[in-house]
Design a protein around this ligand. Sequence first.
Ligand SMILES: [Zn+2]
Length: 1076
Amino acid sequence: MAPGCCPLRAAQVSSPCLHKTASLPWGARDRAQTCSPASHPQMLAVYSLLPFDNQDGGVWKQGFDITYEPNEWDTEPLQVFVVPHSHNDPGWIKTFDKYYYDQTQHILNSMVLKMQEDPRRRFIWSEISFFSKWWDNISAQKRAAVRRLVGNGQLEMVTGGWVMPDEANSHYFAMIDQLIEGHQWLEKNIGVTPRSGWAVDPFGYSSTMPYLLKRSNLTAMLIQRVHYAIKKHFAATQNLEFMWRQTWDPDSSTDIFCHMMPFYSYDVPHTCGPDPKICCQFDFKRLPGGRINCPWKVPPRAITDANVAERAQLLLDQYRKKSKLYRSKVLLVPLGDDFRYDKPQEWDAQFLNYQRIFDFLNSRPDLHVQAQFGTLSDYFDALYKKVGIVPGMRPPGFPVLTGDFFSYADREDHYWTGYYTSRPFYKSLDRVLEAHLRGAEILYSLALAHARRASADGRYPLSDYALLSNARRNLGLFQHHDAIAGTAKEAVAVDYGVRLLHSLTNLKRVITNAAHYLVLGDKDTYHHDPAAPFLSTDDTRPSQDSLPEKTVVRLDTSPRFLVVFNPLEQERLSVVPVLVDSPHVHVLSEEGQPLPFQLSATWSSATEVVPDIYQVSVLARLPALGLRVLQLHRSSEGLAALRSSTRLYLNGRDLPVRKPEAVPLHVFPAAANDFCLENQHLQACFSGHSGLLQSLRRAGEEQGHRVSSEFLVYGTRTSKDKSGAYLFLPDGEAKPYAPKNPPVVRVTEGPLFSEVATYYQHVQTTVRLYNVPGVEGLSLDVSCLVDIRDHINKELALRFSTDIESDNTFFTDLNGFQIQPRRYQRKLPLQANFYPMPAMAYIQDMQSRLTLLTAQALGVSSLSSGQLEVILDRRLMQDDNRGLGQGLKDNKRTCNRFRLLLERRTTANKVQDERPISFPSLLSHITSMHLNAEALVMPVALEKPVLPVLRSFVPLATTLPCDFHILNLRMLQAEDDSLPSTEAALILHRKGFDCSLEAKNLGFNCTTSQGKHQHLLGPHGNCHVPHPPGVVCGEGEEWSGWAAQEQHQHCRRVGTAALWWAWTAGIRLAEAAAAF
Ligand SMILES: [Zn+2]
């Protein structure tokens, strides 16, 4: 064990029940067992256990026959809650706005009217994006009516997020942000805080969501799209309701009660009981003469005095059967579907007919049933009451589950693993927007605090708050399960893209405005002129589907000033790239000290440079969350730069070569031998012919590792069922990518970085090795510019094959928040073994760990020992029969960005590795942050006649612990929606990490918090017991951060959630920050 390092404690593993034996027969009931896979399901173990044999279950096709004794409810009657709901996608087949105008507004308008007709009626609503839009358009009277309906319990706001987010591709920053946005809206406008979560449609479920909901003070949640074989298993073992526990939580404080729906869908045919043919007859929107009918060919009948007895008995039979799958005698029966209840007639049809059935059932004591409309929380409350607990407690005898619900299959081998990659362009744009939003929130908060302290807020553009608010909402909207998932119609994807780009542009304005104020030496000279901004950003995106284009800084006789923003809460030593129009340049610090920089050519193609445009890569130390001022001077005396030199291997291709003027270039017609790039930490060797990575060796190690990369192509099946936006249905294993021509390989070597750029027809890949002290030089920077627009039914994959003996185990992250171990399952088809990778994936053996860090969500797998493989883009010509009605043919040129990190494990052991829990190293966390939060370069406008004095802005006087992450610093809304209040929410995250990875030469000068808040600012070792990756600032001992001792005076709950806390005065925050 390394000195100062602590082993993972056994207590970290919450479930003591990890036996892989004890296969349970279907239908086995084991309430009595207290420690078995059935009473403490651990999802990795469940996957090993299940046969996934897809046997025909009869009327419940994916289940089994359910029987019961008629007297089972004689002592304890069945209590039924029918929960009317309408699933409103904020964009899918239609855009958000179109859905609103065509359907959603009518649904909500009818809701207000129809709910008031009978106090026994109930309804639930979850998407605040739609609800707030409607709210803006209704009268004060109607608003009052809504508040009454919420107040008297008829209408329940469930989850209360801006959307019902995709849980595979979304990042926890955006998940939390959209939850805050919704909850703050609800608190302000309706005065209500959600209690129960409702997620019927996301395509698989992450264990991050239960944590966030619990921390938002919800006490229960519901999920639906879980693999049919898992549903069947949990139904057979009565484990469909459980306490969902975080694998890393040593106690039960973050457990939340979860209800899993048992059947195929959330529509009416699949929610009343096991037989869809019968349940469909109780969907009264499908009464004969309507627009939709029952595919099982037996239509509903309106309930009359004559038929009510027979109809009610038929329905009760389904209720009773469904109830047998659960442990309590309270039954939840959702009643709704997509965009339901948009016409008054539908309200009447459902509510009147059901009420007649309820009245009948409730009038017959011999049936031992009590049926009624209910909200989701009505159901949970009744359950809690029945088992004798208060909300939030674990119902006695109910199981505790750990793990997640990826990957999802709804039938046969139809795995929804394609959407982990679908539309990677937008998955990447999402994260770019996220990084800008976080940066803008923090800088705006700091600038505002400073301006208010200087009483200059009258001159500061406070109205930027509206831009922030709009960006929060656009980012929130994009977390919807058909948006970031890449599963909406083409025109809807464009609508999202336009919103994202619009907000990106606005956020750049918020950032440059704040930076302008903060770098001014004399704040009294501050003048905000929207027509002539002081700073600009150094790239532009001409349209929503184009990659960013770097702007060129024109050198002049007077110096050009740059302001560089570091959005990280750690100081970083980074290479800052700037394009200039001359090789004759000097770079100076704010104080006039020369800074080292590397001069390289810029390339318009594999072999042609852009004349007169050069890349200046400046090595600069950037303060944490701060702004650094740099100067570019045109020099008259020769070249001041550290020059790079380039070798170009044409590999037999006859291509025009345009050489740069100021940097050397050597052209070789034939393939080179293998070659290596090297810095003091790492040697990376490449094939001269393919230009692709072959091996990696860490400094001080005799043996290198084989780490060879290759591109592969998946096709799709020839049968009826083919891959589409949702599904991945490959035609077998991937085949090597076989381009028409060999690649052109361009090797650039320089003192600050070296790189290999390889040009294939469909993908250009650049692998860069930095040669600078600190974090940057410890991993390889890998980017893939992909363009597969001439492919037909193909998916392009990048695979790393190594000598790491990972067997069948690999690790993927969930929402960038936590790590979930995975096992390759041979009994499942290839496509079942893919998982979401929003932030990273790794493989390891006793000696080494190889981590692929990503800047965008993509699908990942490890199909063989030592392999790690990621899907880069997919082009599919047909619909995959999940309602979209389109293929995936709007591919764009997409840039996927990665880091590849090879680490040595020092204290690994087999027992520890068998546990269903894992953490990234601290270096991995920090590398991920570097990848996801690039420094932002802002040139000062050329037109300024007299330049004011500029000073670097350094908000933190000392370093924050390395395991701390300032997730956000977010000004709260004032009474006037478009303005900030005096309060800000500070969201801190203390990250759990694994100290069995080598900790020397990490290259950062922060230390960890050692898990003890009182030592926050003291000196520490470099490792501590992995701590749950919890959001810090909850219970007293968890809180750490700014002025920890004063927490209670300055930290208070905002809205509903323990997650987000506010400093009571924004100004205090700036003072606290400055005091560091
Ligand atoms: Zn949906």
